[in-house]
Design a protein around this ligand. Structure first.
Ligand code: KG4
Ligand code: ZN
Length: 352
């Protein structure tokens, strides 16, 4: 099956063509082409994604991105078997652009169109790695960490996901981005904090590790951001000793990665699973990878998709499209609409 994937939920305009295997193994899929246009330059100046600018940039770039994707794959729209598009969650303007284009292609080619939950794409993304991480297989626990989400799932099989927990307030990517803003670093904040933290002393400030109850898998990061704000203002007034940028960044990052690592490994033990997958933009953080390794010891195998699959792309959406079409080969899409909010529980086995 040859599937076109489209992704436009945030600030990446992406298209990909993926060839899936005949069987039920996601690892048999091959990426024929994957093109991602990052709008970073358009938003960097504002310190975050500006929804209106993002929608307009998607409109400008989706045509050229699609053209480049078909050229790179040496494929044409008439030869596609299906289209998969991110239906949500995300910024409504961007989602609508992707959906409109996807509907046009599916209608013209007379092929099925399937709407995908963005995070289902992320959790299947490691199966697109070449070579495949060994021994990646179901079941595994997925820690999905991005600019909009912090989610723990027990992935028992294809389309068999059990919800374990998620953030109650800020997503972990937001904690990085907002923290970076307070520290006067650029956007996106994750890579900026990671870079600044490299030469810092992680232990110099004891930032709070929130919700570390081992039996609960929800997260909270808004208090940490406030703790950083308080620390910086107390440093200014001389109430606490002055720490430099590198040290504060290192201590702040350590509180985040510590919380993620303890929760994720505790979740693995809780469901009796010995594999942990980390996906989403924050998964690129090397200190997070190192800390997870320390907490997991030798008991749990860790999987991290390559960087190009960690961040938003459309190949993962095409693969999730294949997983959905195996269950429902002819989904109705005449009324398919964008969902800016779409709780992850709705695609889980025990969904609300
Ligand atoms: O998954 P993603 O590319 O986009 C969505 O939000 O869907 O994730 C973007 C987030 C941003 O908040 C960014 O600061 C964070 O991932 N990020 C990082 C790193 N690289 C990107 N956070 C920590 N360390 C990094 N190296
Ligand atoms: Zn994402």
């Amino acid at each position: 099956m040859i599937i076109l994937g489209l992704e436009s939920s945030c600030d990446e305009t992406a298209a990909a063509i993926v060839e899936t295997g005949d069987g039920a193994r996601p690892g048999d899929a091959r990426v024929l082409a994957s093109v991602v246009f990052s709008q970073l330059a358009e938003h960097a100046h504002y310190g975050g994604v500006v929804p209106e600018l993002a929608s307009r940039a998607h409109i400008r770039h989706i045509g050229p991105v699609l053209k480049e994707t078909f050229q790179a794959a040496r494929w044409t729209p008439e030869k596609l078997d299906a289209v998969a598009v991110t239906q949500g969650p995300g910024l409504i303007g961007g989602l609508l652009v992707g959906l409109a284009v996807a509907k046009g292609i599916a209608l013209a080619a007379g092929i099925p169109l399937v709407g995908i939950h963005h995070m289902e794409g992320h959790l299947l993304s490691p199966f697109l790695a070449d070579p495949l991480p060994d021994p990646l297989d179901f079941p595994f626990v997925a820690l999905l960490v991005s600019g909009g989400h912090t989610i723990l799932l027990h992935v028992r099989g294809l389309q068999d996901y059990v919800f374990l927990g998620q953030t109650r307030d800020d997503a972990v990517g937001e904690a990085f981005d907002k923290g970076a803003r307070l520290l006067g670093l650029g956007y996106p904040g994750g890579p900026a904090i990671e870079k600044a933290a490299r030469q810092g002393d992680r232990q110099c400030i004891a930032f709070p590790r929130i919700l570390l109850d081992k039996k609960k898998f929800d997260f909270s990061f808004s208090g940490l951001k406030t703790a950083l704000k308080v620390q910086l203002s107390r440093q200014k007034t001389g109430e606490v000793p002055e720490h430099g940028l590198h040290d504060v960044a290192a201590a702040y990052q350590e509180a985040i990665v510590d919380t993620l690592a303890f929760k994720a490994i505790a979740a693995c033990h809780h469901v009796g699973c010995r594999r942990l997958l980390v996906a989403g933009g924050v998964g690129a953080n090397l200190r997070l990878r190192e800390r997870l390794g320390e907490v997991a010891a030798a008991k749990i195998a860790l999987f991290f998709p390559p960087l190009s699959l960690c961040t938003d792309n459309a190949a993962m959406i095409a693969l999730a499209g294949w997983a959905n079409l195996r269950q429902q080969p002819n989904p109705r899409w005449d009324s398919l609409d964008a969902k800016a909010r779409w709780p992850i529980q709705e695609i889980c086995a025990d969904g609300v």
